[in-house]
Design a protein around this ligand. Structure first.
Ligand code: EPZ
Length: 430
């Protein structure tokens, strides 16, 4: 199995270009099938999750044409199937966006019910509540969700829980429902706004994305478009946290600084210097002592849950005690045991981690428990004294394009290997 081998101890310095937002891309790739014309998506992150989503889209008969590494054309005209196989959902939960897309376009969809995952149980009751509000019957049978409607009628939907997935799924279905849909208590993440803007570029009529209330006037047809995805807020935040963790100096470019405000604010509280440009943010932490602080993850514009492992890793090197509260998912501290093996001193009680700062990490062999925790462990290894190995890196490859290449360009001593010989060779080479 592939793993990363890392020799730590060197501050990361330099500039790194951030790719397109994975969590916008997954909703956009599903929405793209709703037109019977060619849709071109640019600035598409070439990561495992987007590749699986494109396979799922092809699996139901849509035409997919890779233009080049980060651009794809999709045409939903020849879709023959409304069944999305379990295999795709098993690989990525976000395949369930095809429920909203197929229901909106064909008034029928059958998608496997996603299971739990590494970070929590992740129910989809709010998605199903929304589809039923639009007039669909939704049945669960043998692990499959079957949604069907004579027609979809706009409705007033109040979400019990702020949910990124449910907000996107209902925007998809309601964009072609008859009449007006009002959605309240919706998610406001940048990727929600991006999916709404993408649908509007296809002829939808969606207003208010990014606020607490989204209003949608359904349209009969969506048309082709060419659209470029926004930069990935979490990839950018991960490299910003890497500057703090390695006491380095990193500029992330091709970003929207406003989307990074909560991350920049926390890093500044911890003693980093933040320099914002029009499309860049620089984090300077060289020869700085990191100060402790407290974190509570919240829906946007609060501190993002997808940045919790990375910021906790930085706090583990701060000069004092910090509290990290995970209010979104129930099982997002699985990296703590691995980080403690690298010398961190973190204790988890319920949804709170008590972080006692230590002077430094020491290298160790660790496993990536999930996507963002895996990224945090790699950066911890780059800060640690000595060698580390990180296994199960397929999790990291779900959401980070060219992760090790970008880290190497910042001076990181890291190699991706899939056998002991190459691991040994790397160890001798640095
Ligand atoms: C999206 O997951 C992201 N994934 C996650 O990113 C991210 O952590 C999460 O939003 C929160 O920002 C994608 O966009 C593909 P939610 P999603 O619905 O949509 C509860 C990553 O690292 N809930 O906003 O599944 C749920 O249990 C991934 O890129 C219900 O109770 O998250 C959770 O506690 C990890 N019922 C909370 O809401 C529902 O019907 C937020 O979940 C739906 C959700």
């Amino acid at each position: 199995m592939e793993q990363y081998i890392v020799k730590g101890g060197r501050p990361l310095k330099g500039s790194v270009v951030i790719g397109g937002a994975k969590n916008a891309a997954l909703g956009i790739l599903a929405a793209a099938i709703m037109a019977d014309e060619t849709v071109q998506v640019d600035n598409l992150p070439n990561v495992r999750d987007t590749r699986v989503m494109l396979q799922a889209v092809e699996g139901i008969g849509a035409q997919v044409q890779y233009i080049y590494n980060n651009s794809v054309q999709i045409n939903g005209k020849l879709i023959t199937d409304i069944d999305v196989e379990y295999d795709y959902i098993r690989k990525i939960r976000a395949s369930y966006y095809l429920l909203g897309a197929l229901l909106g376009k064909y008034h029928e969809a059958r998608v496997a019910l996603p299971g739990g995952c590494d970070i929590g149980s992740r129910p989809i009751d709010q998605h199903l509540k929304g589809f039923r509000a639009l007039g669909a019957t939704v049945d669960l049978d043998h692990g499959m969700i079957y949604a069907k409607a004579e027609k979809l009628i706009g409705a007033h939907i109040y979400f019990d829980v702020v949910s990124v997935g449910a907000t996107i799924n209902l925007m998809l279905a309601a964009s072609m429902a008859e009449g007006e849909t009002i959605m309240e208590n919706v998610a406001k993440e940048p990727h929600i706004v991006d999916v709404a803007n993408f649908l509007n570029s296809m002829g939808a009529n969606i207003r208010g994305a990014g606020t607490d209330v989204i209003r949608i006037r359904g349209v009969k047809r969506l048309h082709g478009t060419t659209y470029s995805i926004i930069p990935d807020q979490i990839e950018a935040g991960t490299f910003m946290a890497a500057a703090a963790i390695t006491h380095g100096d990193i500029q992330v470019t091709n970003v929207i600084p406003k989307h990074l405000e909560s991350i920049s604010a926390k890093l500044a509280e911890m003693g980093c210097t933040i320099v914002e440009g029009d499309e860049s943010v620089r984090v300077i932490a060289q020869n700085r002592e990191l100060r402790p602080t407290n974190i509570k993850t919240l829906p946007y514009p609060g501190f993002p849950t997808d940045m919790q492992p990375q910021i906790a890793t930085a706090l583990a090197l701060a000069s004092g005690s910090s509290l990290v509260t995970e209010s979104i998912f129930e099982n997002r501290f699985k990296y703590v045991d691995e980080l403690n093996r690298m010398g961190a001193s973190i204790k988890v009680e319920g949804n709170t981690a008590y972080v006692e700062g230590v002077k430094k990490f020491t290298g160790a062999d660790v496993d990536a428990p999930d996507l963002r925790a895996g990224a945090a462990l790699v950066i911890a290894a780059l800060s640690a004294d000595g060698f580390s190995s990180i296994s199960d890196i397929q999790y990291i490859q779900r959401g980070y394009e060219d992760f090790e290449t970008k880290l190497k360009s910042l001076g990181g001593q890291i190699a991706k290997v899939d056998n002991e010989h190459d691991a040994h060779k790397f160890r001798l080479s640095v």
